[in-house]
Design a protein around this ligand. Structure first.
Ligand SMILES: O=C(O)CC[C@@H](O)C(=O)O
Ligand SMILES: [Zn+2]
Length: 456
């Protein structure tokens, strides 16, 4: 690799050494930007030889510090940004093969250009990369219909710690020839190998969509609506997002152009969407479904998006939730999942715990209810001191995570472990599972050069 692919200037490196929330900062002797899978493998071979830690990085949008080097200054950052080609699209097989550094929005657009759909969708899609999505098994808003990133991949090309390249790009839907190695690397957060390319599944392009914003009394009503929507719409139900009243207040207060689409105030809201490759039909389906929900007393009110602009407005309200929390001060975040049936009890008990242990703190739980995944975020009490509230983070984390354990849930449903939840993982993961994870890690990366200090 020519020196053109190596950044050493501190000013130029800065953007690679801190993550978007600025919760993690690191130091590095250099940032390398290989241009091909072979070059990625060569960098790894050299680093393995020299025992130098390598931190892989895509769009640098991760939320748990997995993409940031530590403060030792001894780890290099390996950015995949230059591996951004769409290598092949095969509409007959409904697959596309893309390089790891391709930006998610570009992957979606390339699929659409041939009349296909790549359904992974999240707020960071304009800058996150498919390699990062795979490495972290990203979720987003369509998991309810299409699964997480894991479910969208057929095969991977991976650079291994010792410099070998695993060529596992495959279009096959059926291949029972032993261990599924691709799934080992997906969600491994760059600790087992560096994904350089992937063959992804494509789907029929939805030609009609219907989107509604529903006001409800409580999460139990939201659960009833979810059950009804699944029964009536089946796989046409492509999004089911929960938002509390305080979330509507935050977004309308802080985000330009966001308005509450409903006349009165409701305790909770659901943003739901149906989609279909058929040209029409889903609007009627959604109207009927909502009618039924009103009749049964499940929904209090609903607004259907009549135009693309209205639809965009509803999605903006949901997607700017994290941003709208920022001006309200510190937010103590929990990215959790529990079995669907336990969501109402979990939410009620968590709020009760917060009321007792952190009076005035404002729970703002929102997210992918259809997947059982709630971002149980807690904004500081109005006007409280940021530092004082932040100092209580571990104590509040323990309360919420204790409840997650009680309901047999996960303490990281979507964002991964990274550096942020490494200690937590050791506490909550089954010891046998941890042993197996460590055994796999030492088989694939015996010198521990791949994303050291993350996950395990
Ligand atoms: O900031 C958060 O807690 C959640 C971010 C993201 O996963 C979302 O669903 O909007
Ligand atoms: Zn989310």
């Amino acid at each position: 690799m020519g020196t053109a692919g190596v950044i050493v200037d501190p000013g130029d490196m800065a953007a690679y050494l801190r993550e978007p929330r600025e919760a993690f900062f690191g130091r590095a002797p250099c940032v390398v930007k290989p241009r091909s899978a072979r070059e990625v493998a060569s960098v790894l071979a050299l680093c393995n030889e020299a025992g130098v830690g390598v931190v892989p990085q895509g769009g640098n949008t991760g939320l748990v510090g997995g993409q940031t080097p530590d403060e030792s200054g001894a780890q290099i950052v390996l950015s995949l940004q230059k591996l951004d080609k769409i290598r092949e699209i095969d509409p007959a097989s409904d697959t596309m093969t893309v390089e790891a550094g391709a930006i998610l929005a570009n992957v979606q657009a390339a699929a659409e250009a041939v009349g296909r759909y790549f359904p992974l969708s999240l707020a960071a899609e304009g800058s996150c990369t498919i390699g990062g999505n795979l490495a972290t098994n990203a979720g987003g808003v369509h998991v309810i219909a299409y699964g997480a990133t894991r479910d969208l991949a057929l095969g991977l090309e991976v650079a291994l710690a010792d410099g070998r390249l695993l060529s596992g790009l495959s279009k096959l839907r059926k291949d029972n020839t032993g261990y599924d190695l691709a799934h080992l690397f997906i969600g491994s957060e760059g600790t087992l190998g560096i994904i350089t390319a992937a063959t992804l599944k494509l789907f029929p392009l939805p030609r009609s969509r219907a989107t509604a914003f529903v006001g409800l009394a409580d999460p139990r009503a939201a659960l009833k609506l979810l059950t009804l929507a699944k029964a009536r719409a089946g796989s046409a139900l492509v999004a089911f997002e929960l938002i509390p009243r305080i979330g509507v207040e935050f977004t309308t207060r802080h985000i330009a152009g966001v308005r509450d689409p409903l006349a009165g105030a409701h305790g909770w809201y659901v943003l739901m969407e149906l989609a279909s490759p058929a040209e029409s039909g889903v609007e009627d389906q959604l109207t009927e479904l909502l009618g039924e929900a009103m009749e049964q007393g499940i929904a209090e009110d609903a607004a259907l998006a009549a135009t693309l602009e209205q639809r965009a407005g509803l999605w903006k309200l949901r997607e700017t939730m994290p941003e709208a929390q920022k001006p309200e001060g510190v937010s103590i975040k929990h990215d959790v999942s529990v079995p669907l049936e336990s969501i109402p009890d979990f939410l009620a008990e968590a709020s009760a715990l917060v009321a007792v242990h952190a009076p005035g703190a404002r729970p703002t739980p929102f997210g992918h209810m259809g997947d059982g995944n709630i971002h149980y975020n807690i904004s500081q009490p109005e006007g409280a001191d940021r530092v004082v509230f932040l100092a209580r983070r571990e104590e509040i984390n323990a309360l919420v995570h204790g409840l997650v354990t009680k309901y047999a849930g996960s303490v990281s449903a979507e964002h991964g472990i990274g550096a942020l939840k490494r200690d937590l993982l050791r506490k909550v993961k089954d010891p046998v599972a941890l042993e197996l994870m460590r055994a796999i890690k030492s088989a694939l990366d015996p010198k521990g050069i791949l994303n050291p200090g993350k996950l395990l």
